[in-house]
Design a binder for this molecule. Structure first.
Ligand code: HOZ
Length: 427
């Protein structure tokens, strides 16, 4: 496979961009080789700068639930762009998207749009602190809530990929955070027993998607909800990945657990930069200009992003979710079959169109089991899959995403490619 043009571009980029990329996990440094420069996408496929074609399972790290260049999304965006790209003033598309979000998520009566998931989570934490008049918060090992200071200890995504326990530049002990293992009921009890009265909030990915995919064990979210209520702490669901992806009502709809504050991003922007946080009106009324919690943004609620998000979620009907489920089940089963046929032990965790592939035997239900998986095999597997025309996330701690554009043929071809790649890994 010739990737010389990507390699040339990466050399050039490395001179003027940190690590040659705009976000660390894109660098391929955990899987080896140079990152591919992507020239275009259509449906389930992407093409790199050398003209190689891949079935894409990154889907822009989650937002592209309809695949690349969905016609209705593109049309909506072009229509909106012709009206002007940004006004820094209220527009109809943001009103429409806010109404759609509030009707899809019973826990959300009012919403505030921001420009990224990071902004959503950091603002949600500020709001919870103001509401409770407390500072400390609880989070879970391996969950990733963007890169605001308070969240950068024992976090997933890039910190897991590069094995960083925390980020430099974050004042030690300055953030009042308690971090406990995901899915661990005893630690939950203990954390609330010891600190319940001080906790402004517990923040959690209701399906963890940044240490690979780790679903909540039965009762985990329910218990967390109960403890938050009992101790007067707010429960923040980071649904930046799961919102509108795992069900029309996100993970809260899927598991029937209602958070106090919900953070959104990715799918609601249809491939444009977007984030949002929302809650019942009684909580949101603390946000400026209704209340004293300050938070603002020049491009917040950008009409083009709102139009893309609206067009995207408008297409997510029952048929779309069934199609996602069908294709994702076929991929899951194909991975398991292919690995077994090659004598490679794998664990596959899946919630809807979020798929997590872990090498090695045994359950993966938290950060320590995710890190203990044989992720050293992933770089070779990743490289082989690229050679077979399949683009997987360039880190074993990220999610494999499917879209409604992934056809049966795509999945069959991927499963066939995986058989070769598993053989290569086991050799
Ligand atoms: N936080 C994203 C993955 N969970 C990374 C996004 C990117 O590198 O583009």
């Amino acid at each position: 496979m010739d990737t010389s043009e990507s390699a040339r571009l990466f050399r050039e980029a490395s001179k003027v961009m940190v690590g040659g990329v705009s976000s660390p996990v894109r660098s391929f440094s955990s899987v080896g080789g140079n990152p591919l420069f992507i020239a275009r996408g259509e449906g389930s496929k992407i093409w790199d700068a050398d003209g190689n074609r891949y079935v894409d399972y990154v889907c822009s790290w989650g937002p592209l639930v309809l695949g690349h260049c969905d016609k209705d999304v593109v049309d909506a965006v072009l229509r909106e762009v012709r009206n002007g790209t940004s006004f820094g003033a209220p527009t109809v598309p943001e009103l429409e998207l806010a109404k759609r979000i509030a009707s899809a998520l019973p826990s959300v009566e009012k919403v505030r749009f921001v420009n990224s998931g990071t902004e959503a989570t950091m603002s949600a934490l500020r709001l919870a602190r103001a509401y409770t008049n407390r500072t400390t918060f609880l989070k879970f090992d391996g969950c990733y809530h963007g890169h605001a200071d308070p969240f950068l200890t024992q976090a997933g995504s890039g910190l897991a990929t590069f094995d960083l326990p925390s980020s430099a530049g974050v004042p030690a002990g300055g953030t009042s955070v308690i971090t406990i293992p995901y899915n661990d009921m005893e630690s939950l009890d203990e954390a609330f027993r010891e600190h319940g009265g001080e906790l402004a909030a517990a923040v959690v990915e209701p399906v963890a998607g940044n240490m690979g995919v780790v679903p909540p064990e039965p009762g985990f979210l329910e218990k967390l909800r109960g403890l938050c209520t009992e101790h007067g702490s707010l429960l923040i669901f980071d649904e930046v990945i799961t919102g509108f992806r795992v069900s029309p009502g996100g993970a809260q709809g899927l598991y029937g657990v209602r958070p106090d504050i919900t953070c959104l991003g990715k799918v609601i922007g249809g491939g444009f930069p977007v984030g949002a946080y929302g809650a019942r009106a009684e909580v949101m009324r603390l946000v400026s200009p209704e209340g004293p919690v300050y938070q603002a943004g020049t491009l917040a609620g950008n009409p083009v992003a709102m139009a893309a998000g609206l067009a995207t979620i408008s297409k997510l009907d029952g048929h779309a979710y069934s199609r996602l489920e069908e294709a994702s089940t076929a991929l899951e089963e194909g991975i398991i079959r292919g690995a077994a046929a090659c004598g490679v032990e794998v664990t596959v965790n899946r919630v809807g169109s979020m798929v997590g592939l872990f090498f090695g035997p045994g359950r993966v239900n938290d950060y320590s089991t995710a890190k203990a998986s044989a992720h050293g095999l992933y770089p070779r597997f990743h490289r082989k899959m690229l050679e077979e025309g399949v683009y997987l996330p360039p880190s074993p701690f990220e999610t494999i995403f499917l879209s409604t554009a992934h056809s049966d043929e795509d999945v069959d071809a991927t499963v066939a490619a995986m058989k070769h790649a598993f053989k290569g890994v086991s050799a």
